[in-house]
Write a protein that binds this ligand. Structure first.
Ligand code: ATP
Length: 484
């Protein structure tokens, strides 16, 4: 992102201009921390979620998914500690009067952007309350994370899915937090979507990850709690080095940090814009033994993109205590009943992932005179634009036939209005990776041109093979330059 020097406000303006994201209920002035998503953004977000699900659930034998409800029995949130402890310190700047939230350990230390001192107003629980049914006083909460229903449903899911330790349960869904100061566009909102995994391990195997070899050579920028205390910079090291030097304490934590980083890189994000940072002692949540964040170099600094906490057996034990149900799990390998430990909880917001992919894809191409959104084809909202070169019935007929065929598989755009240059520019701006043009040669030899968004190069291919070529290009089975 750094090369583009695009601010978060610029990104918000671009997203609004392209109809991707806009303030919710804008005709009434919007509502802070809530956004609506337009047609192309729904496609991008669906693609992000689909790619996440494929990578973390479908392609793995050890992870299954659930979809819990947004409102559940409030006892879930009492047991988890959210009713008592999911609070932020609410402060107000004495100088500019802006409200903000700070961590408990920042009281008396943190200062407002304007340099003013903060006055502590109090603690604010971030859960939205609601009332269930006609009787006032039946308080329930909109979930502030998806994790808790994974724990509450743990036994049912684990036994029905016939899982064996170690295994994970994943969930994608909306979460709500009454943030004191929503800001930075989609970075901090009051309603957002989360993609989370609780990864359960036998208590005896909290440091034995059978997959660790897959990531030992993976390199990352690493900033430990100790380095932060000593004011040191991050170091770029391999996972093996991080484990050997005991910078990352457990193999499982190291494994999940690398896997999550890889997920972003495989989908076209720029590796240099990522680092992992360990929470200092004062920062740790009430449930966490150790937490590392995958951070991204946002225009407003290095910030948490994804949290990966070691939650131990805290949550399952809490639910055992409060529900008085046996949530232990029979481990066939050791013939023991155990309460598994969550050694890693990768927890990522869809909105923050969207920002990362957008910042790393955004290119202001001065030569072309338009923005080129170089999104990975898998994430692009429209996979191909189909254009008749000019509005002649014989060209339109072929273009429509191609469109009708391809739209059964992908989100495809048919566009016949404006010059071909204008149509290419419109496609570039929403990240359409390929444009297919039907011209007069198409009539003669049943062929079309495909244009590559990133290079603007065009090649002519037979119409009959188009579907297969497009699929291979999107799935990265072939490169555009290999097309003849
Ligand atoms: P922060 O310190 O930024 O408030 P957190 O530590 O409270 O975040 P977690 O509880 O770890 O956040 O949430 C997991 C992930 O959910 C975050 O890494 C982020 O991607 C996303 N997330 C959390 N809060 C928000 C929010 N208010 N708006 C958008 N995404 C969020």
């Amino acid at each position: 992102m750094a090369d583009n020097k695009l601010s978060i406000e610029d990104m918000a303006v671009f997203c609004k201009k392209k109809g991707l994201v806009f303030p919710s209920g804008e005709i009434y002035g919007g509502l802070a921390g809530f956004f609506d998503f337009g047609p192309n953004c729904v496609e991008i977000n669906n693609n992000i979620k689909m790619e996440w699900w494929k990578f973390h659930v479908q392609e793995r034998e050890d992870i299954v998914g659930i979809d819990g409800s947004i409102i559940t029995n409030p006892k879930v949130w009492e047991a988890s500690g959210h009713v008592a402890s999911f609070t932020d310190v609410y402060v107000k700047c004495r100088k500019c009067k802006k409200p903000n939230k700070i961590d408990k350990n920042e009281i008396k230390k943190a200062r407002c952007e304007c340099g003013g001192e903060y006055e502590v107003i109090g603690n604010l629980n971030l859960m939205f309350k609601t009332n269930v049914g006609p009787v006032e006083g039946s308080t329930a909460y909109l979930r502030p994370e998806t994790a808790q229903l994974i724990f509450a449903d743990f036994k049912l899911v684990a036994e029905n899915s016939r899982l064996k330790l170690p295994f994970g349960i994943a969930q994608i869904g909306k979460a709500f937090r009454n943030e004191i100061s929503p800001r930075d566009f989609l970075f901090r909102t009051r309603e957002f979507e989360m993609m989370e995994i609780e990864y359960f391990v036998h208590p005896k195997n909290i440091n034995k990850c059978p997959f660790i070899k897959e990531v030992l050579n993976h390199k990352m920028n690493v900033l430990s709690a100790e380095s932060q205390e000593k004011n040191k910079s991050p170091v770029k090291i391999t996972i093996k080095q991080a484990l050997d030097k005991k910078i990352i304490k457990t193999e499982w934590h190291a494994y999940w940090l690398a896997v999550e980083h890889k997920w972003f890189i495989n989908l076209g994000a720029n590796s240099d814009n990522f680092r992992i940072r360990q929470h200092t002692k004062n920062e740790l949540s009430h449930y966490a033994l150790d937490t590392w964040d995958l951070e991204y170099n946002f225009p407003f600094g290095w910030k948490e993109l994804e949290g990966i906490a070691n939650r131990t057996d805290f949550d399952l034990q809490q639910h055992i205590k409060h529900s008085k149900k046996d949530l232990s799990f029979f481990d066939q390998e050791t013939n023991e009943k155990v309460v598994p430990h969550v050694v890693a909880e990768p927890s990522l917001g869809v909105g923050r992932a969207f920002l990362v992919f957008m910042f790393d894809a955004y290119n202001d191409d001065k030569k072309r005179g338009n923005i080129v959104l170089k999104l990975d084809p898998k994430l692009a909202p429209v996979k191909a634009g189909i254009f008749p070169l000019i509005s002649k019935p014989e060209l339109i007929k072929i273009a429509r036939e191609i469109y009708d065929k391809l739209k059964m598989i992908y989100n495809i755009n048919y566009d016949k209005s404006g010059s071909i240059g204008r149509r290419y520019a419109r496609a570039d701006e929403i990240g359409t990776p390929f444009c297919i043009t039907v011209d007069f040669d198409s009539l003669k030899n049943k062929s079309v041109t495909i244009r590559d968004r990133d290079t603007t190069k065009q090649v002519r291919v037979k119409t009959a093979g188009l579907k297969d070529i497009l699929r291979k290009l999107i799935d990265a089975e072939i490169k555009f330059k290999d097309l003849k």
